[in-house]
Design a protein around this ligand. Sequence first.
Ligand code: 6PG
Length: 240
Amino acid sequence: MALPNVTVFDDADAVAAAMAERIVALSHAGGRATIALSGGSTPQRLYRLLATPAMAARVDWPRLHLFWGDERFVAPDSADSGTLMVEEALVRHVPIPAENVHRVATGLGSPEAAAADYAARLRAHYGADALDPGRPLFDLVLLGMGDDGHTASLFPGKLAVEERAAWVTGVPEAGMAPWVPRVTLTFPALASSREVAFLVTGASKAAMLRRIAAGEDFPAGRVTSQGRVGWWLDRAAAGA
Ligand code: 6PG
């Protein structure tokens, strides 16, 4: 098995620039565009680029709805918060309507409660309680991949990777640092998408990419989409 739809860019900046163009185009595609964002360091470059005045002016912000693929169950002002990272890098600098930014409510009592709340808000946004294969929940899902093969907060060997019904689930125990509980979209929710794009950069990712490409079973390799799963790599991650 090889990875599907691999594109290799020169470096992490080129990956970010290409995805920024993709998001500009999506914002002008007509109707609303629902995007699931990823935390982590790789997409931060993309968010900062989208926040620059030249790029921000090209995006039709009111058409975009931003969700998170996963979040760490920490206070909103914690340095570990993926939401805070996206707010600081992007949301505070662009004219996106506040009601289009759909944060995970980490102030609720438990990751499970936050997951149930997020699922309810996703269902309200989608306008139905069940996913229709002909009508994807997300137009674009951005994902990263950890060195251990996790994606979103779907860690190898943890219960969340077995979830087949819920759209969102609590993850009591992370598989890597920061060792805090998480809330994550599940495989069925990720699959309800027109496009999943893995943004993976840096030499530290090359070994795991090779293992997934060789058919070894890790969460990142299990992600499917009703549309297309694409891998956006830099040369270092691709081992080129
Ligand atoms: C997070 C993400 C996580 C991330 C990968 C890759 O918030 O940390 O949910 O799945 O995308 O760990 O992270 P990097 O891009 O930092 O390597």
